[in-house]
Write a protein that binds this ligand. Structure first.
Ligand SMILES: [Ca+2]
Length: 97
């Protein structure tokens, strides 16, 4: 590997890391688990049959074939604000008061 290739790869990794961080920041702003990428979230929602997720997933999969399946993170998603709201709603079955 030449010195130019060495630094080019480092810069590509740095830019990719920044894009993933921005992706997850946008997700966190919308209440999604901050450890989960939007691609993973959208892929899961598409698989769960959510109508809104289907065209977005189709677009992402058109840009990068199989993207929303390839980058799904099955171990992420539990820190979603939406899940917390659903599980901790006052008056719900598991309410401790
Ligand atoms: Ca993650």
């Amino acid at each position: 590997m030449t010195t130019i290739q060495y630094y080019s790869k480092a810069i590509c990794l740095w830019l990719t890391n920044i894009l993933v961080a921005l992706d997850q920041l946008v997700g966190a702003i919308f209440g999604i688990d901050p450890d989960e990428t939007l691609s993973s979230y959208i892929g899961k929602k598409r698989d769960a049959g959510r109508t809104w997720a289907k065209p977005i997933a189709a677009f992402l999969d058109w840009l990068d074939p199989n993207h929303t399946t390839k980058y799904q993170e099955p171990d992420e998603g539990s820190n979603s604000v939406w899940i917390w709201l659903k599980e901790n709603k006052p008056g719900a079955k598991n309410d401790e008061v």
